[in-house]
Write a protein that binds this ligand. Structure first.
Ligand code: CO
Length: 134
């Protein structure tokens, strides 16, 4: 059911420092910061040959990333995103298998303008999983 790894999202305490590190130390193609008020994040996209990295930084007072950084002050992997062909079929399959889909199960528009869903980390070895329809 799942296809390619679309991205790995890393929560960072200092977006400018993390961007500079990926650009200079790791020699990666690093984009400009983009505010996404609907998701409470500022994102920097890093393009790798086989996938993307998203650096996430809190935007606004109710950002879900702030709580993550409070628990992980030096940052950390926040979620990984797998591609699916049909997000509603994927959701129905997962629900039938007993997995929990966050946010009531209705897909939202993700950072790339495509429908996304998140799966409960406790059902997947402690890893928050995003599914994106491509
Ligand atoms: Co994501």
């Amino acid at each position: 059911m799942i296809g390619r790894l679309n991205h790995v999202a890393i929560a960072v305490p200092d977006l400018e420092a993390a961007s500079a590190q990926y650009r200079t130390m790791l020699g990666a193609e690093v984009g400009p910061p983009q505010d996404e008020p609907d998701h409470g994040v500022t994102v920097v996209f890093i393009t790798l040959p086989n996938t993307k990295i998203e650096l996430l930084f809190p935007l606004g007072t109710a950002s879900p990333i702030q709580g993550f950084l409070d628990k992980n002050p030096s940052g950390g992997i926040h979620h990984i995103c797998y591609e699916v062909d049909d997000i509603l079929a994927a959701r129905d399959h997962l629900l039938a298998q007993g997995a929990r889909v966050l946010g009531g199960g209705a897909p939202k528009t993700g950072a790339h303008g495509k429908p996304v869903l998140f799966l409960h980390p406790k059902d997947f070895n402690g890893c928050l999983i995003e599914l994106e329809q491509v």
